[in-house]
Design a protein around this ligand. Structure first.
Ligand SMILES: C[S@@+](CC[C@H](N)C(=O)[O-])C[C@H]1O[C@@H](n2cnc3c(N)ncnc32)[C@H](O)[C@@H]1O
Length: 358
C-alpha cells in the first residue's frame, strides 16, 4: 500500500556509534520504566476482558519504537500486565493468549538493529512494521493495545508559514516556537492538531472496541508558560547555539532562519481537545511522570542523537557538530540544568480507550 504519509524528517541516529539513539536514550527510558505501574493499572482496570479474551492472540503495537532498547522495556511491561490480568481472573497458564508485537517506525528506521537485539527470552512473536503513524499501518480492528513513547510530539512537517519570509509567522533567528511570536506558536499548534487528527483517525480504525492506547509525551504542564518547560528551554538553547555559530561566521544566519524543528510539546488541554474532537476515544487515565534531572553533557548527547540527522540534512555533512553540541553542553551546565525545576520537567502518561461509537 502506498505510504503518502512517509514524510518524516526527524530520524534519530541509528546503530551503536558514539551519538546513537540506543546509547543516548536513558532520559526517555526512565519515563518508560516509570510507567510500568501505570501500564499494570491500565490493563488491570481499564482493558475490557471481552475485547480480547475470545482472541487467541493479543496484539500490541509500539509506534515510534526506534531501534531499541526502550521499546523492549515498554512491550515487556504490557505483556507482563496482561499475564497478571489473566492470573487475577483465575485463568490458567494454558489459557493465556499468544502475544504478537508490532515494532513500528518510519521506513528508514534500522529494523535490522532492532531485530538483532530482540530479547532472547521474549514471550512474544515479533514483527516490524515500517511507515508513518500519521497514516494507516494495520488492518481494521486488529490491535488490542497501542503504546507510543516520546514520538507523537514529532510533527509530520515544519509548519510551512514559519519558513515563509512573507508570512507573519516567519521564524527568523529561532528554530522553534519557544519565545517566538504568537503567530509562530499558532502555526505549530495548527500542525499538531492536524497531525494528531490523522494519528487518532488511523488508530480508531486499527484498535478493537474496548482496546487501549498509552501515550507518553514530553509536555507543557498546566499553567506553565511553554517557554519555561524544560524540553522547550533545551531547544531554545540549541537555537541560541546555532545563532552563536552564525555570529562567528561558521554558518550563515540565513541557514539558521530557515531551520526549524518539527516538535510540539503539547499541554493536556491540547491533547484533550484533539481527543474530544476525534470522538472515538475516551481519556481513561492521566498521570505525570517526573523526568530525572540529566547531566549537561549527557543531555546534550541525547539531543544530538535525536537531531544530528536533521541538522546535517540542513547544514550539510561538513558542518562541525562537535562545536555546536559542546557549546550546547556548556549552556546546559550554566543555565538549564543548574535551574532544573521538577514541576516543569514532566512527561505525561495518557491512556485512551477505543469506544464503540462508530
Ligand atoms: C525520540 S524517539 C523515541 C523512541 C522510543 N519510543 C523511546 O521512547 O525511546 C522517536 C521515534 O519516533 C519515530 N518517528 C517520528 N515520527 C514518526 C512517524 N510519523 N511515524 C512513525 N515513527 C515516527 C522516530 O523515527 C524515532 O524512532
Amino acid at each position: 500500500m502506498a505510504d503518502k504519509h512517509q514524510q518524516v524528517i526527524f530520524p534519530v541516529i541509528g546503530g551503536s556509534g558514539e551519538y546513537s539513539y540506543s546509547r543516548h536514550s536513558a532520559f526517555q527510558r526512565n519515563a518508560v520504566e516509570a510507567a510500568k505501574e501505570l501500564i499494570n493499572k491500565a490493563i488491570a482496570e481499564k482493558l475490557d476482558f471481552n475485547s480480547f479474551s475470545s482472541s487467541k492472540t493479543f496484539r500490541v503495537a509500539d509506534l515510534g519504537c526506534s531501534e531499541g532498547p526502550n521499546t523492549f522495556v515498554a512491550v515487556q511491561n504490557i505483556v507482563d500486565a496482561v499475564e497478571l490480568k489473566y492470573q487475577s481472573q483465575g485463568l490458567s497458564y494454558e489459557q493465556l493468549p499468544e502475544f504478537q508485537i508490532f515494532f513500528s517506525d518510519v521506513n528508514s528506521n534500522n529494523f535490522n538493529k532492532l531485530f538483532a537485539s530482540l530479547p532472547p527470552e521474549r514471550r512474544y512473536f515479533a514483527n516490524g512494521v515500517p511507515g508513518s503513524f500519521h497514516g494507516r499501518l494495520f488492518p481494521s480492528a486488529s490491535l488490542h493495545f497501542v503504546h507510543s513513547s516520546y514520538s507523537v510530539q514529532i510533527l509530520s512537517r515544519v509548519p510551512k508559514e514559519v519558513e515563509d519570509k512573507n508570512s507573519p509567522a516567519w521564524n527568523k533567528g529561532r528554530i522553534h516556537y519557544c519565545n517566538a511570536s504568537d503567530e509562530v506558536f499558532k502555526a505549530y499548534e495548527a500542525q499538531y492538531f492536524k497531525d494528531m487528527e490523522s494519528f487518532l483517525n488511523a488508530r480508531a480504525k486499527e484498535i478493537v472496541h474496548g482496546g487501549l492506547m498509552a501515550l507518553i509525551v514530553p509536555y507543557c504542564p498546566n499553567g506553565t508558560p511553554h517557554s519555561e518547560v524544560f524540553v522547550n528551554r533545551a531547544i531554545e538553547l540549541l537555537g541560541s547555539s546555532f545563532m552563536d555559530l552564525a555570529k562567528k561566521g561558521t554558518i550563515s544566519e540565513e541557514k539558521v532562519d530557515s531551520f526549524n524543528l518539527p516538535l510540539f510539546n503539547a499541554s493536556f488541554q491540547h491533547i484533550e481537545g484533539v481527543v474530544k474532537q476525534n470522538g472515538c476515544f475516551t481519556i481513561e487515565m492521566v498521570e505525570n511522570i517526573p523526568q530525572v534531572k540529566p547531566q549537561p553533557e549527557v543531555f546534550a548527547s541525547t539531543m544530538r542523537s535525536g537531531m544530528e540527522g536533521m541538522t546535517k540534512g540542513h547544514f550539510g555533512d561538513e558542518f562541525n557538530l562537535d562545536e555546536l553540541f559542546d557549546l550546547l553542553s556548556k549552556k546546559f551546565e550554566e543555565s538549564l540544568i543548574s535551574t532544573f525545576e521538577q514541576e516543569k520537567a514532566l512527561a505525561l502518561f495518557v491512556l485512551l480507550k477505543r469506544v464503540a461509537n462508530n
